[in-house]
Ligand binder design. Structure first.
Ligand code: URA
Length: 438
């Protein structure tokens, strides 16, 4: 089999057969197929797309490019959540312990920040001592003992995706629905979950800017999961403006802890309940969303959800006392307010620009080798629909080095559109797409 023939089939709009797909993924993983041929095929897939059967085989080949975790010895339906990425999205940190505290095991393998979006691993690493690098055996032990684990992708899980993702990042082939879907689902299927809830973000701060695009992504993800025999639900959720008030790392982790104390911002709390309810229903711990919400509310008000997080933090080497004493988190030496140039009502906020502003302060990476400064970030004071007076702070910026400050300030100011008219926000949960029960 010649790789150039496989590339040519896809270039001309054809469908790859299972043998060709497995030959390609195997060869790319073991290094016998070079990056330049993989880049050509990725671009052909990006332009020509993939048929559902073809995409299922492609995902399965990526999934089996490494080892697959077996959690079958842990009783119960193991349910994970994955977000397609947004700005201010700290939900995993409050959601996973809340769901685990209701008896659903959550085996969660998360990622790092990507482009303008933050990553759960970077946020978790703001907890002093917390280690996201846990071997697979320890991952299984944590899920068995604490009902959850929050770790990073290990070397041997879906290595084809790790290579292909890095290549796509530098060859203009990230925004392809088949490539994004297979990338996400190969990793999730490799971690040993039984069911998955997806948070497919839509809007300025998401990779999918429009509802039709996000719906296609959601349907494709759910389709891959169903074909692999898993129950999958995808919530399409609004990501037009930053979620909550905190954008950064330590500040976002603290905001997530506040949700577990019943004091989180309304949108972060509501999304936690909506995703958590879906997880509890899939995990067989509630018959309906209403019952699930009640259980989540009890886990939070009783303090069990917070205790679950504290226990896990200690088990992963972190400082559990920081959950109550936020001064133990890394901080920033300076804070400034960024005031509105005009009076009016916030019409829109380009969340991606706020994310880039945070990144310029050091909360994210401009190149892969950059170190994240966990203590810096943005606090969003004004959201869409809020009234603002001239000079009133729209956001505050917390920073240590002032190198990126001017650029961050300008980008965030430009991200706000202020106008005279009242604005109605769209719904937070736009739609839910569910696989059929098996
Ligand atoms: N997240 C992933 O894991 N992969 C993609 O391709 C895009 C977002």
């Amino acid at each position: 089999m010649r790789v150039q023939d496989i590339i040519a089939i896809k270039r001309d709009g054809g469908e790859l057969d299972p043998e060709q797909i497995r030959f390609f993924i195997g060869g790319y993983t073991d290094g016998s197929i070079p990056d330049y041929q993989a880049a050509a095929l990725a671009m052909a897939i990006m332009l020509r797309g993939m048929e559902p059967d073809e995409l299922s085989v492609w995902t399965d080949a990526m999934l089996h490019s490494g080892s697959v975790v077996d959690l079958s010895m842990i009783p119960g339906v193991k349910v994970d959540k994955h977000s397609t990425g947004g700005v201010g999205d700290k939900i995993s940190i409050c959601l996973a312990p809340a769901v685990a505290a209701c008896g659903v095991p959550v085996p969660m393998i998360s990622g790092r920040g990507l482009g303008h979006t933050g990553g759960t691993l970077d946020k978790l690493e703001s907890i002093p001592g917390f280690s996201v690098d846990q071997p697979v055996e320890r991952f299984c032990e944590l899920v068995a003992k604490h009902g959850l684990a929050l770790i990073g992708q290990t070397e041997d899980l879906a290595p084809a995706d790790r290579k292909l993702y890095a290549l796509r990042d530098v060859t203009g082939t990230v925004p392809s629905i088949p490539l994004i879907s297979s990338s996400i689902m190969s990793k999730k299927l490799a971690e040993g979950m039984d069911a998955l809830v997806l948070d497919v973000k839509v809007g300025a701060g998401a990779f999918m800017k429009t509802e039709p695009e996000a719906r296609r992504l959601a349907e494709t993800l759910v389709g891959i999961g169903s074909r692999a025999g898993k129950r999958v639900s995808a919530l399409m959720t609004r990501m037009a403006e930053p979620l909550g008030e905190a954008v950064g790392n330590a500040n976002e982790t603290i905001e997530a802890i506040e949700v577990l104390k019943g004091r989180g911002p309304a949108d972060v709390t509501e999304l936690t309940y909506a995703l958590g309810a879906e997880m509890l229903v899939l995990g067989g711990k509630a018959e309906s969303a209403a019952e699930a919400r009640e259980k989540l509310g009890e886990a939070i008000s009783s303090g069990r959800a917070l205790q679950t997080l504290k226990d896990l933090v200690a088990a992963q080497g972190g400082d559990a006392e920081a959950m109550d004493d936020y001064s133990r988190f890394p901080g920033a030496a300076h804070t400034i307010d960024v005031g509105s140039a005009e009076a009016g009502v916030v019409q829109s906020i380009d969340a991606a620009e706020v994310g880039i502003g945070g990144m310029l302060l050091g909360a994210g990476r401009q190149v892969a080798s950059d170190e994240v400064d966990h203590g810096v970030g943005v606090t969003v004071h004004k959201h869409v629909g809020d009234e603002v007076a001239e000079g009133e702070p729209l956001v505050s910026l917390a920073y240590n080095a002032d190198g990126g400050l001017t650029d961050a300030t300008n980008r965030i100011l430009d991200a706000y559109t202020i106008g005279p008219d009242p604005v109605a926000k769209g719904p937070l949960i736009i739609d839910v797409i569910r696989s059929e029960p098996a």
